[in-house]
Design a protein around this ligand. Structure first.
Ligand SMILES: Cc1ncc(COP(=O)(O)O)c(C=O)c1O
Length: 380
């Protein structure tokens, strides 16, 4: 027997009480019982998103929310600025092209965060740009872009919206949707929301809704206006993922009981201990600055294949982490500390990394990283 541990940056572990909530008998989505449930989760999502605006709930993975964010606000021929600092930034560019949107890309070296001055410069150079697309947390590199700084640049521009992929950011660190003026914020269920994959969530500002009024791209399943018409009545346009919404009700109760600040502090504390533990084991972090509190990307030591570390963690110790993507394959591996995680997930992961490295013949002082993580996680 091998006991399994899920430390990938999504899907993340689902708490037992959430699993139980999802196992409840099916209810019909046009019955009053569903509307009541839907009304409750809609209110609590506003709290989580720090917004007064509606948060649409879609039955799709996160990319469905991203697709809708391009299709509903822009028209073919419109201009967009895409911040591409990794696999998911690249996805914004592909989505824009699919919808005939003209893309200006700011290419950010993988492992670096975007320089907000470069965004300000690009917008000044081309005032026709209607939307800026960014990742709050670029999961492929473990970097957090400075969303607030970008919002400060975009907010004063009447004809431009900021669209934030917060798929590994929302519920991990602070994103003040209304206070900072984030026009469109997207997340998915299988990350900090501690649910299985299958739901996407999108908040939309008044400025973005006004843009949607003029947009001419064709959407059907991801038509946000149509969804909103239903969702404000606590209905959905199509059959919702009912069991997932029962799980979401439980998750939102848990998060509310903990409090938003405490949720952010928990993630920051675990992320810090993971980073320090990994450094304590003699490894270096892939992001040079601005690491995301959702996921830690680790550079594989000289002469050791990152894919072998990732594979051995899973095969030898039952820990599913993640490897590097594209040109980072073999060069990095990634471990998550997002969602239903605690101190011992961090300690176990650092311990297993040390053991894998030793097993691969790399020189490592066993316990050095673990001791560092333990120091930081002692409850005083
Ligand atoms: C930052 C980011 N954006 C987008 C996605 C895509 O989400 P999904 O796989 O749920 O479609 C992911 C998934 O890992 C992600 O981490």
């Amino acid at each position: 027997m091998i006991k399994r541990y899920l430390l990938a940056p999504g899907p993340t572990p689902v708490p037992p009480e959430v699993l139980l909530a999802m196992a409840r008998p099916m209810i019909h989505h046009r019955a009053p019982e569903f509307s009541e449930l839907f009304g409750e989760v809609r209110e609590n999502l506003k709290w989580l998103f720090q917004t007064q605006n509606d948060v649409l709930i879609l039955a799709s993975s996160g990319t469905g929310g991203m697709e809708g964010a391009v299709g509903n606000f822009l028209s073919p021929g419109d201009k967009a600025l895409v911040i591409n600092g990794g696999k998911f930034g690249e996805r914004w560019g592909k989505l824009c092209k699919t919808f005939g949107v003209q893309v200006t890309e700011i290419k950010v070296e993988w492992g670096q965060a975007v320089d907000p001055a470069a965004v300000a410069e690009a917008l000044k150079k081309d005032p026709a740009i209607k939307a800026v697309f960014v990742q709050a947390s670029e999961t492929s590199t473990g970097v957090a872009h400075d969303t607030k700084a970008l919002a400060d640049i975009v907010r004063p521009l009447d004809g431009t919206i900021l669209v934030v992929d917060a798929i590994t950011a929302l519920g991990v660190f602070d994103l003040k949707t209304d206070a900072w003026g984030l026009d469109v914020v997207i997340t998915g269920s299988q990350k900090a929301l501690m649910l299985p994959p299958g739901l996407a969530f999108v908040s939309v500002s008044d400025k973005a809704w006004q843009m949607a009024e003029k947009a001419k791209n064709a959407t059907f399943y991801f038509n946000f206006k149509k969804e909103r018409e239903s969702q404000v009545k606590n209905q959905t346009a199509y059959t919702p993922a009912v069991s997932m919404i029962l799980g979401l009700q439980e998750v939102l109760k848990m998060l509310k009981a903990e409090g938003l600040e405490a949720v952010f502090t928990r993630h920051a504390r675990l992320a810090h201990a993971m980073r320090e533990g990994i450094k304590g084991a003699g490894l270096s972090l892939f992001p040079k600055k601005s690491p995301s509190d959702a996921v830690t990307a680790v550079s594989s030591p000289e002469g050791v294949d990152g894919q072998a570390i990732y594979r051995n963690l899973r095969v030898q110790y039952g820990i599913t982490a993640a490897g590097g993507q594209d040109h980072l394959k073999g060069k990095i591996f990634r471990v998550s500390h997002m969602g239903y995680m605690d101190s011992f997930d961090v300690i176990m992961t650092v311990a297993a990394i040390e053991m894998v490295l030793k097993g691969l013949g790399h020189s490592v002082k066993l316990g050095s990283g673990v001791a560092r993580a333990q120091e930081l996680l002692i409850v005083k």
